[in-house]
Design a binder for this molecule. Structure first.
Ligand SMILES: CC(C)(COP(=O)(O)OP(=O)(O)OC[C@H]1O[C@@H](n2cnc3c(N)ncnc32)[C@H](O)[C@@H]1OP(=O)(O)O)[C@@H](O)C(=O)NCCC(=O)NCCS
Length: 256
């Protein structure tokens, strides 16, 4: 590949056109590193020129956005420092009231023209620090989904059928991942490609989810196995006497 072709390839991975790239880079260089409320305010207004946002998005400093023209943010989406959104080229949509904490990565990673690539997240979700989503096969997440820290959701597998060739040269498969409404993934959970996690399920810390999980399951372990059903009063009776806490933001937004 010649230098010019490599440059074109690089630019395509960064933005939708050269003029947009220049605008995006200018705004992000000027405002991207500005801390505090002033930075949040200026980015909230100015970044509407480079991404789609309902209302004013709350974007902390040092957030990295690639292909921002393909990013859609609902009202009151919060992006903490160190968040990295790469929407190439199939897009990232994040629903209203969703929080991405420090170091969260959403990367569509579609360098191979996969038809279902993309990442779509519903409303009022919360992604813990360093959670990473790869969206080659398409990742669809419902409303009110919460993750602990360092969760991995990877809608891709490498093909390794031929032991005589490098794995990296054998292509990928990517069927997609669906996580329905009201799911809680504990810290360090990994969800592999092709899995659906049913509505209302709880996945214990450190689990590797290799098969689909029915709604309202409690599942733990490697590989994840269902050990309970949230609709069974016996499975949740320890909450009967538990002291339960709510946050001010949940009260403010009527989510408690
Ligand atoms: C799964 C979890 C929610 C507990 O659910 P629970 O229904 O109360 O489960 P129990 O504590 O009754 O445990 C049921 C069984 O699963 C096991 N288990 C519980 N959590 C487990 C986990 N994360 N990995 C492996 N096994 C686990 C228990 O040892 C128990 O096994 P046993 O029946 O052989 O004794 C909790 O253990 C957990 O993993 N929480 C995530 C914490 C976290 O990541 N917080 C981050 C903040 S978002």
């Amino acid at each position: 590949m010649g230098l010019l072709q490599e440059l074109r390839y690089y630019l395509r991975s960064q933005s939708t056109s050269l003029p947009r790239y220049l605008l995006e880079q200018t705004l992000m260089s000027l405002l991207g590193g500005l801390p505090g409320l002033l930075g949040i305010g200026l980015r909230g207004i100015a970044y509407k020129a480079i991404l789609h946002a309902d209302g004013v998005p709350i974007i902390e400093h040092n957030v990295r956005l690639l292909n921002p023209a393909r990013i859609r943010l609902g009202a009151k989406v919060y992006l903490d420092t160190g968040v990295y959104l790469n929407a190439l080229p199939s897009g990232i949509t994040i629903g209203a009231g969703t929080n991405l904490m420090h170091g969260v990565i959403f990367h569509v990673f579609n360098y191979r023209d996969l038809p279902h690539a993309g990442i779509t997240v519903g409303q009022n979700c919360f992604f813990g620090e360093y959670t990473c989503i790869r969206g080659q096969g398409g990742v669809r997440i419902g409303d009110g989904v919460y993750t602990g820290t360092q969760v991995n959701i990877a809608a891709v597998n490498h093909v390794f059928a031929d032991p005589n060739r490098f794995i990296k040269d054998q292509g990928i498969t990517a069927d997609g991942i669906t996580i329905e409404d009201d799911v809680w993934l504990g810290s360090n959970v990994t969800v592999v490609d092709g899995v659906t996690i049913g509505r209302g399920s709880v996945i214990g810390a450190g689990a590797v989810v290799t098969k689909s999980i029915p709604p309202y399951s409690i599942a733990v372990g490697v590989p994840a196995k269902v050990v309970g059903d949230r609709r069974d009063p016996e499975a949740v009776k320890r909450f009967n006497d538990a002291k339960v806490f709510y946050g001010e933001l949940e009260k403010l937004r009527g989510q408690e």
